[in-house]
Design a protein around this ligand. Structure first.
Ligand code: SF4
Length: 695
């Protein structure tokens, strides 16, 4: 029998690239990026190619389990799906009867399939759907909302057509999105310039024309100086500014003291280089893309850094422009109907959110709220108790600071459920583990990709589950049936897809040829005078009414970051190209590629401390420490040390990851309380560690 092609969606990270899988006799034989998808070019990254290893891995949850011993003890009872789901449904019913539906909290990792989860929570009657984003991109999301009135995904990163790309809080060649990597390589081949601003020379920096090794925590100063140069040296796009930027005069006045010479003192970057960058950008405008960042939960002023990036893009006229940040088209923008939403099956819950988003904090996006504030609500029971928590493919015990404190907080919960395809600290600490089929073994609901050419796409099941696991729609449908939410209790994925496609003018067979259904012929760019912003004025707003109403400045005066005390270093962290946070560290192939993280340290400083390249050190903060090897380089700022996030696993069920490397989040004492009230993100790079040679 010849191999059949199955179109699906990668699930090895949250990018979810379209893929094509070849299957023969029920087995995976080849996997590649979907060759029909724009910008993918048939590629997957290293993690994507390790998807089959995830399927073949025996060290993943293989059947539903209910906790036997204490939380975190690791004693489990193997149960049937009926028993597991009856247990969860009965507990949820009991908690709902005692504390109300609002006492249930759910978190996932966001993305195109979240409609199902949001519908489940709405059907339950709880407003407390959340995701991981308080420890990721909330600052940039809130920055976009404050400036444009719409979210960060309502613009496209048109890397392919850019003439100058600036990466700051974004490391495209290591924190990989396959289309972004391909598009940036295409642009570089066509002569685009690349500028990287970072505290260390990452892989993206190695491909840059300009690399600025910046003092940690001073990005906002750098950006204010760029705005100063653009405005005071008449380098900005005056026509665009006249059309679309409200409060330009206030911005000009605000940045008056923030000259490039001033910024040189703060950032350590020569003023002439800052001015030269502003001139280069002005020369390339409007096809300039200063990336607003992805994982921006870093410093206390990261939100303002993100705002300044959007304002720089606006001053260069790149907002809406080809090669800049054109507006993303939804189906309705190209004359089509969107997918029918599952979340519309149920009425909006009446209760306010437990995390305060939307009422205590009206300036935040109430969509997924802020999970760290929900955790604090579990602790305080203010405004009401939270008693059940469902973590869907989410590991806050590794993703947020202070795992031990979080565990204590979670002990106040009467039910913790993890839906997961790999072990995690949170799953290990749960009462019930519901094993999710890995993405190659499951279908998902249909989803929409908004963009220059919006399209619908499908994830189809490539192979049958090896173990006793289920797809998320199966878990949600079976739970919904038990919880009397019949509208969400679908019998088959075909029924669910048919529901979603109602009225969209598309049939499920239309996905057969390529896995996608394009909704427009070609890319649609909006003309500069046709742009639409969702702010009160309809323009790009420098001053935000919502922020000011909360007593938060729209233009925050710069504050110099705290310098590390003698013998201490600012702890910084990031990604590498072969792992996705913690969940790939135990993957049989990827663990071989990179089994352990190391500590990047400035070579000159290390020499003073008699630390050699490759020697073992103890990294410590307060009462936590870990041992790891050092990598010495001149290309990291001397104030900082750096490690790749996701290591330091301790679970006995993960033989390849256990005891390898150090978990950065354990070194963030007090970190749940360090967050930005304007942007909402947890500030995870406001911690300092000592480094001591051992052995
Ligand atoms: S970037 Fe890599 S891991 Fe992420 S979805 Fe794409 S192929 Fe998969």
């Amino acid at each position: 029998m010849s191999a059949k092609k199955v179109y699906s969606v990668c699930g090895m990270c949250t990018v979810r690239c379209p893929i094509q899988v070849e299957v023969k006799d029920g087995s995976l034989v080849f996997l590649q990026g979907n060759p029909h998808a724009d910008g993918i070019k048939g590629a997957v990254c290293a993690r994507g190619s390790a998807g089959p290893a995830l399927v073949n891995d025996n060290e993943r949850p293989q059947f539903p389990m209910i906790r036997e011993g204490e939380r975190g003890e690791g004693r489990w009872r193997k149960v049937s799906w009926d028993d597991a789901l009856d247990f969860v449904a009965d507990r949820l019913k009991g908690i709902k009867a005692k504390y109300g539906a609002r006492s249930v909290l759910f978190s996932d990792r966001g993305g195109p399939f979240r409609d199902l989860h949001m519908a489940f929570m709405k059907g339950l009657g709880s407003p407390n759907y959340s995701n991981h984003d308080a420890s990721c991109a909330r600052n940039v999301q809130h920055a976009a909302l404050s400036v444009f009135g719409f979210g960060r995904k309502d613009v496209v990163y048109d890397l392919k057509n850019s003439r100058h790309v600036v990466l700051q809080s974004r490391n495209i060649f290591e924190s990989i999105n396959v289309k972004e990597v391909n598009d940036l390589v295409t642009a570089l081949d066509k002569g685009s310039r690349l500028t990287v601003i970072d505290i260390r020379a990452n892989i993206s920096a190695s491909k840059a024309h300009n690399f600025f090794l910046i003092r940690p925590g001073t990005d906002y100063a750098f950006n204010l100086a760029v705005i100063h140069a653009l405005l005071y040296q008449d380098l900005y796009d005056a026509r665009f500014a006249h059309l679309w930027i409200k409060d330009l005069r206030e911005l000009r006045e605000f940045v008056r003291p923030y000259t490039p010479a001033w910024a040189e003192e703060e950032t350590g970057i020569e003023k002439d280089r800052i001015v030269a960058l502003a001139r280069e950008l002005a020369h390339a405008k409007p096809a300039v893309l200063w990336h607003p960042g992805w994982m921006t939960s870093r410093y206390k002023d990261s939100f303002y850094t993100c705002r300044s990036i959007y304002l720089i893009n606006a001053l260069l006229g790149s907002v809406g422009a080809k090669g800049g940040l054109p507006l993303a088209n939804k189906p309705s923008d190209v004359g089509r109907k969107g997918l029918k939403k599952l979340v519309d099956l149920f009425p909006k819950p009446q209760d306010k959110r437990a995390d305060g988003v939307g009422w205590r904090y009206p300036h935040f996006d109430s969509g997924p709220g802020l999970l760290h504030l929900a955790f604090k609500t579990i602790e305080s029971e203010d405004p009401y108790p939270l008693k059940a928590y469902i973590a869907y493919r989410h590991d806050p015990l590794m993703g947020f600071p202070e795992a031990e404190r979080l565990k204590k907080i979670m002990q106040k919960l009467e039910l913790i459920v993890s839906v997961t395809f790999s072990w995690s600290d949170t799953a290990w600490f749960s009462d019930v583990v519901l094993p999710l089929s890995p993405y190659l073994e499951r279908e998902s609901i249909l989803a929409t990709k908004n963009g220059l050419k919006p399209y619908f796409f499908v994830r189809k099941r490539a192979v049958d589950p090896r173990f006793d696991s289920l797809a998320d729609w199966e878990i949600i449908s079976r739970l919904s049936r038990r919880l009397d939410m019949q509208a969400l209790a679908f019998e088959s994925i075909e029924d669910l897809w048919t529901f979603q496609l109602e009225g969209a003018g598309v049939a499920i067979q239309d996905f057969d040829a390529t896995g996608m259904v394009p909704l427009s012929e070609g890319p649609k760019y909006w003309k500069v005078d046709e742009l639409k912003f969702k702010t009160p004025s309809g323009k790009i707003e420098v001053l935000s009414e919502k922020l000011e109403a909360q007593g938060l400045p729209s233009l925050k005066p710069y504050q110099s970051p705290v310098a590390p005390e003698d013998g201490k270093f600012r702890l910084t962290f990031g990604r590498c190209a072969v792992h996705t946070q913690g969940h790939t560290v135990n993957n049989p192939i990827l663990s071989e590629e990179m089994p352990v993280n190391v500590l990047w340290m400035n070579a000159e400083i290390a020499q003073e401390m008699r630390i050699e390249d490759g020697s073992e050190v103890e990294v410590a903060n307060h009462n936590h420490s870990g041992r790891m090897k050092v990598k010495l380089t001149e290309l990291i700022h001397p104030d900082a040390v750096f490690m790749v996030h996701g290591f330091g696993h301790s679970l006995p069920v993960e033989s390849r990851a256990r005891g390898k490397g150090v978990a950065d989040n354990l070194l963030m004492q007090g970190g749940l309380d360090i967050w930005d009230p304007a942007g909402g993100g947890v500030a995870m790079q406001e911690h300092f560690v000592t480094v001591r040679k051992v052995g």
